[in-house]
Ligand binder design. Sequence first.
Ligand code: PEP
Ligand code: MN
Length: 354
Amino acid sequence: MEISPLESWGVVKKKPFVIAGPCSAETEEQLFASCKQIVENTDVDVLRAGIWKPRTRPNSFEGVGEVGLQWLANVKKELKIPTSTEVANPQHVELALKYGVDVLWIGARSTVNPFTIQEIADSLKGVDIPVIIKNPINPDVELWLGAFERINGAGITKLAALHRGFSTLEKSDYRNAPMWQLALDLKSRLPNLPMFCDPSHITGRRDMIFKVSQKALDLNYDGLMIESHIDPDNAWSDAKQQVTPMRLSEILHELKIRKPSSDDADFVNQIDELRKKIDRIDKEIIESLGARMEIVKALGQYKKDNNVTVFDVDRYTRILQSRAEWGDKLALDKNFVGRLYKLVHDEAIRTVEG
Ligand code: PEP
Ligand code: MN
């Protein structure tokens, strides 16, 4: 897939690339005041505002619609800064282009639906505009990849992924739990794809925006999209997660921008040493898993020889419990150890059955 570098977008000043602005355009005054303060106090590359809002339930604020695009065009003209908005159907695309929006993004609720993505793709044929694709709501890397294939199939090469977290059943501190590994999986499938993070929709709360932004930059993300509003507490959508332009400015100043690598000899040596240690431990882990599997096979065979069922639910429960406790003593996350042992046990059952 041909993907153009971020620099080719014509709206990128620096790395990390930052898009900021209110969740929604509410009134012309709110939009202008928010954007003006952002532009005066930060160095963001592009402004954002939602014009059509995908709401979970009807009768909540669903966006101001076309009139908001005129406000956004005024902001662009007055403040001399590019703008972006979410599009969810061909009419949105047509209107956003008509009013001179510079960057489009596709929301999480659209990425899950290949019909929607195909319609948006068809409406983008022959257009040269950057398109950011947010991850689908559910953690399915194929769906995300498919959206890139469809939009790219329409000839769009200025593409970027935006990690905004995933809906999960497990209780968590996040509004949409980040799955850093899944986003990296997409990146390994499309190595040239710029990757952005949306800490606002990941956290759902303004006090966690800094931490998640820093984590993204530590993982070498190329950009951030942060919701910022002149009066966050009174915002018509996503009030809890928006920050004032002044707070946005602090966040952007405090973020540490790290280099992707270093040529310093001491640094290279130290990394080399630590990687060797990790390699040794991984070898031990694999050898131990191999040895464990041999014993599991012998145990399964012995049970079969004695006409006893292979799976023992009490034993399984005790394994999950005790391993999680052992892990906890070593400061390993209980969920992590739980997932690991489910995987090990699934493989044991598969092997014994086979
Ligand atoms: C948004 O950016 O305001 C939005 C609705 O985001 P998401 O698609 O990530 O929910
Ligand atoms: Mn929002």
